[in-house]
Write a protein that binds this ligand. Structure first.
Ligand code: NOJ
Length: 551
């Protein structure tokens, strides 16, 4: 496989609202990011992906854009952006922006024009119908068609009412998107993460969805529409291929069998996608607020299947949490007795898999989920809408609050915990836009930097090792002992080296590990001190990476 910077890079995702407040108004901003660039360089990541920083009324924290060429006032201005970009490049890092073009904000001038009359030239920038043509549901609750009084028709919004879907059938819409992409690329940004990109081509016969199976509807009804690949190829031909950039598509609803239609090297569409196989493992038929249990076997199966599906022809990005899902250590690990051990084990998985890893802010210090006991402390519209609907249905609201503690998006949106001063050193304001996680006194960057055994330094070490060992980037992958429901073990190898990775996904000591026999190995990295008495045993959440010694 050809060597490329974006395959060897590790991404760090910043959720700007919660990263660092530079001007003391309680909201994270670009000056805050500038202040912390040295910290990110110290960690050793290569690419910063910023969740949207564009002008927005913030119905969905910036995923509703009202001006694609302006910086959100709360975050700063273009001068701050330019300084930030220069600071990132000066430290040898790159910047990837969030491209949210399945929909805009309803406050974007295009939609303002579009809704003003049925014969406005912007009318078909969006989807308008005299009656809802199907039973589609919005991701954030309620119907996906909203009646709009001024022109007496319904418009489509797969997300909130304030996020009308753009009509990609219209060549003018596509040219607008390409032009705004060029605007940022010409400024020097290094690529885009593309929000729900598989949704941009709609099924215009407007089929009904199965209201009892939201997950299948995502794949069969919302994503993978008839003109999708034509649009992605056009975007690549007209824009991306003219720059040396990283393009990563957020890809809910894309099954492994279609992966290489998006990322196959011969396709000229996207460099890679974030797939959702593992992220939706615990979704029940009713979606994320209807969680079900998951098992390690199924979890491993997702990675094995995706590896096979992409093979040597395409590339994916690996992530275990982001701004939409619970904290990695709370979801896949044990955030109580084994928080540090399991956070390090998950880091080992993330950074030894094949694909470009993406680390979400705060994960590098082992931040955990939060459990607010009042709905008033939640800010995410998804949670607030779900709560309102549950109340209308007469559901048990205490039970729902427990589900929110488990799956809600605000778990990952509390401010990054910088130190143990009030509000975790995130802001000088008395109140941040969302409360900090009360565990900030114990879990924070300052404490992590003072402790050589911290999760932070483990990430730093792994990031360095990955860079020095291309087998961990490009090498093949083969699972070991697929049937185990506590052990995740695999081999990575190429002509540059060979590694065996053992991860004990349990809070118990485990014996009978299928360690390799007959070859000489050396322990390369582990989250426990080496101890000869545990030679054949894995301690709770122990992770070990062995390197095969040269013959
Ligand atoms: C996916 C984004 O990651 C999420 O945060 C957002 O709410 C939806 N797309 C809508 O843009």
């Amino acid at each position: 496989m050809a060597r490329t910077w974006w395959k060897e890079a590790v991404i760090y995702q910043i959720y700007p609202r919660s990263f660092m407040d530079g001007n003391g108004d309680g909201i994270g901003d670009l000056r805050g990011i500038i202040e912390k660039l040295d910290y990110l360089q110290l960690l050793g990541v290569d690419v910063l992906w910023l969740s949207p920083v564009f002008e927005s009324p913030n119905d969905d924290n910036g995923y509703d854009i009202s001006d694609y060429r302006a910086i959100m006032k709360e975050f700063g201005g273009m001068a701050d952006f330019d300084e930030m970009l220069e600071g990132i490049h000066a430290r040898g890092m790159k910047l990837v922006m969030d491209l949210v073009v399945n929909h805009s904000s309803d406050e974007h001038s295009w939609f303002q024009e579009s809704r003003s009359s049925t014969d406005n030239p912007y009318r078909d920038y969006y989807f308008w119908e005299p009656e809802p043509p199907n039973n589609w549901k919005s991701f954030f609750g309620g119907n996906a068609w909203e009646y709009d009084a001024p022109s007496g028709e319904y418009y489509l919004h797969l997300f909130s009412k304030k996020q009308p879907d753009l009509n990609w059938e219209n060549q003018k819409v596509r040219e607008e998107v390409y032009s705004l992409m060029r605007f940022w690329l010409d400024k020097g940004v290094d690529g885009f993460r593309m929000d729900v990109i598989p949704f941009i081509s709609k099924r215009l016969d407007w089929p009904d969805m199965d209201p009892h199976d939201f997950s299948s509807a995502i794949e069969q009804i919302y994503a993978n529409g008839p003109r999708l690949h034509e649009f992605l190829q056009e975007m690549n031909r007209k824009v991306s291929s003219h720059y040396d950039v990283m393009t990563v598509g957020e890809a809910p609803g894309v099954p492994p069998k279609w992966a290489n239609l998006y990322v196959g090297e011969d396709r000229e569409e996207l460099n890679m996608i974030f797939h959702f196989g593992h992220m939706m493992l615990d979704w029940g038929p009713g979606g994320k607020f209807d969680p079900q249990s998951w098992g390690l076997k199924e979890f491993k199966e997702v990675f094995n299947t995706w590896h096979k599906a992409v093979g040597q022809k395409g590339w994916i990005s690996i992530f275990l949490d982001n701004h939409d899902f619970p904290r990695l250590v709370s979801r896949w690990g044990n955030d109580r007795e084994y928080r540090v051990e399991s956070a390090k084990l998950l880091a080992t998985l993330l950074l030894t898999m094949r694909g470009t890893p993406s680390i979400y802010q705060g994960t590098e210090i082992g931040m955990t989920n939060v459990a607010f006991d009042r709905l008033d402390d939640y800010r995410d519209l998804e949670t607030i809408n779900e709560y309102r609907e549950a109340k209308e249905r007469g559901d048990d609201l205490d039970a729902l609050l427990k589900v929110v503690h488990r799956v809600g998006r605000d778990n990952v949106r509390t401010p990054l915990q910088w130190d143990d001063s009030p509000n975790a050193g995130f802001t000088a304001a008395s109140e941040p836009w969302i409360k900090v996680n009360p565990n900030y006194r114990e879990i924070n960057v300052k404490a992590a930097l003072a402790d050589p055994d911290s999760v932070f330094f483990y990430y730093q070490q792994l990031l360095r090792f990955r860079k020095e060992n291309l087998a961990l980037v490009y090498g093949d992958y083969e699972p070991i002992d697929e049937g185990s429901d506590w052990l995740y073990a695999y081999r990575r190898w190429s002509k540059e080296g060979e590694f065996y990775i053992y991860l004990n996904f349990s809070s118990k000591e485990q014996t009978n590990i299928p360690f390799p026999t007959g070859i000489r190995t050396r322990l390369f990295i582990s989250n426990y001190e080496p101890d000869a008495s545990f030679k054949d045993t894995l301690r709770p959440w122990e992770a070990r990476v062995y390197r095969v010694a040269a013959p």
